[in-house]
Design a protein around this ligand. Structure first.
Ligand SMILES: [Zn+2]
Length: 98
């Protein structure tokens, strides 16, 4: 099993996470694109945390989503972005990188 990044245990992250969920009205932004209302339970790092720690707390890099959508953005084994995760990054990167 993959070890959880200590980042996720930090108080700073926990409060950031709450803020982002509130910003996104606790709804999965990916499902919302398809007209579905699903409760968001995970915050996805559009630029992955492991490779882009500089964007780890950047609001524009944080994307509320449901578990199903989150799993569709990351490869279960390698944890790298899937095609879908890469497409999301392409779509949002201009807002993230200024
Ligand atoms: Zn979803």
């Amino acid at each position: 099993m993959k070890e959880i990044n200590p980042f996720y245990r930090s108080i700073k992250w926990k409060s950031k996470r709450e803020k982002i969920l509130r910003r996104d009205e606790y709804l999965c932004r990916e499902c919302k694109r398809y007209g579905k209302s699903t409760t968001a339970t995970v915050i996805h790092h559009v630029f992955p945390l492991e490779h882009f720690p500089q964007y780890s707390m950047k609001s524009s890099n944080l994307y509320s989503c449901c578990n199903t959508c989150h799993n569709s953005f990351h490869d279960r084994d390698s944890h790298e972005l899937t095609e879908k995760g890469k497409q999301l990054l392409e779509r949002l990167k201009s807002e993230i990188v200024e």
